[in-house]
Ligand binder design. Structure first.
Ligand SMILES: Cc1cc2nc3c(=O)[nH]c(=O)nc-3n(C[C@H](O)[C@H](O)[C@H](O)COP(=O)(O)O)c2cc1C
Length: 214
């Protein structure tokens, strides 16, 4: 049983968690990093396959290479937008890889546990979904530790595999930049930038059948 205070703390982590892209250079205590990774490792996973690995990146040189890969992708993605939307897209900050004192690359190994992982035979992408559960645990743990975390997915997997020497069958799912910040947003940055807003929850809930409203 959770006490009222414990329940409030869980919801506080859920509602105050934000994607952050600006970091201070202040070092992050190793103890906090250990707790964040431990929280990731305690996530649910299909057939308990635990498909994740965590690559801890603190080298300035490696961070610069990752930032190069992310920036290359950002510029390539700009072709999806035109005119005002394109300039707005290019003005968005989508990563803080060079600034953050540490970035963790979370990977997914689809071969872990052999070819018949319980439950994964039906929906193969449950390995990636399990890895996303680990990432969300890490995000909430970072929030509770008073740290900021930014999920970077703007990259070509091949670039990240080359830079981090990841074998070809392993998927780099996310780059998580972690650090302290003095720019912690109270709303999603994309909402503050007028790019997107939270949809009304009522519109997303159906009764018994797809599309059926109360
Ligand atoms: C799978 C996934 C990939 C994401 N990739 C990026 C990214 O490459 N760059 C970025 O700035 N934010 C990225 N984000 C963060 C989202 O933009 C952010 O979660 C969303 O705008 C809502 O804001 P909030 O996390 O502060 O609630 C990603 C989030 C998820 C879940």
């Amino acid at each position: 049983m959770f006490t009222k205070e414990e329940m409030d703390a869980v919801y506080k982590a859920i509602y105050t968690r934000r994607d952050v892209r600006s970091f201070l250079p202040n070092p992050v205590p190793q103890e906090s990093i250990d707790k964040i990774v431990q929280a990731g490792h305690n996530a649910p996973s299909v057939g308990f396959m635990q498909p994740w690995n965590f690559i801890m990146i603190t080298s300035k040189d490696v961070k610069e290479q990752l930032a190069w890969a992310a920036d290359k992708e950002r510029r390539a993605l700009a072709i999806h937008y035109e005119g005002e939307k394109e300039s707005k897209f290019l003005s968005l900050k989508v990563e803080g890889l060079k600034e953050a004192p540490i970035t963790i690359c979370v990977t997914c190994d689809p071969t872990r546990g052999g070819s018949h992982v319980l439950g994964r035979n039906s929906i193969p992408e449950t390995d990636v979904l399990s890895t996303a559960c680990a990432i969300q645990n890490m995000w909430l743990a970072a929030t509770a530790e008073g740290l900021a975390l930014g999920w970077v997915s703007f990259y070509k997997k091949a670039d990240i595999r080359d830079i981090l020497e990841i074998p070809p069958h392993i998927d780099p799912i996310a780059l998580l930049s972690i650090g302290y910040t003095d720019k912690y947003p109270d709303k999603p940055l994309l909402e503050l930038a007028d790019w997107e807003k939270r949809r009304p929850l009522d519109d997303l809930i159906f009764q018994n059948k797809w599309g059926e409203k109360k």
